[in-house]
Write a protein that binds this ligand. Structure first.
Ligand code: ZN
Length: 138
């Protein structure tokens, strides 16, 4: 894994949280993107070299809606940038981690993503992400 790519934070109301994080970070979000397949609307902030992703559910069966119902708002996942997501998924599977996705899928921010189940990673949902435009073994 190369670095932490972003932190994902589950929020109840994206507009309200955009204002809150704008005050907190001293800079506005730079994009909003809906990922219909995941039932989420996301916004992205940059702070120095780091990125924060806010996630709001767009449907009741979205993973974000379920997360908030169970745990409330808060840190939802830690995303790591990887160069070769398929190779990294195979490596983690071999190491005994439970992968939520069998294959990478297109996520927000033009990334190929896959998730590691929190039950196999000390309660933290791990996202692997690879730039969708870069060369890969897919
Ligand atoms: Zn994410």
């Amino acid at each position: 894994m190369n670095k932490i790519e972003h932190l994902g934070i589950a929020v109840q109301n994206l507009e309200a949280s955009n204002l809150l994080f704008e005050k907190l970070l001293g800079s506005a979000h730079y994009k909003i993107e809906e990922v219909a397949s995941e039932g989420v609307r996301t916004s992205f902030f940059k702070t120095g070299p780091n990125k924060i992703e806010l996630l709001e559910a767009t449907s009741e069966d979205s993973a974000i809606a379920k997360f908030i119902a169970k745990k409330g708002e808060g840190v939802h996942h830690v995303a790591f940038a990887v160069t070769d997501i398929v190779a990294e998924m195979a490596r983690l599977k071999k190491e005994g981690f439970t992968l939520i996705n069998e294959a990478p899928k297109l996520g927000a921010d033009n990334k190929l993503v896959a998730f590691v189940h929190p039950k196999s990673a000390n309660g933290i949902l791990i996202e692997l992400c690879q730039e969708a435009s870069s060369e890969s073994s897919i």
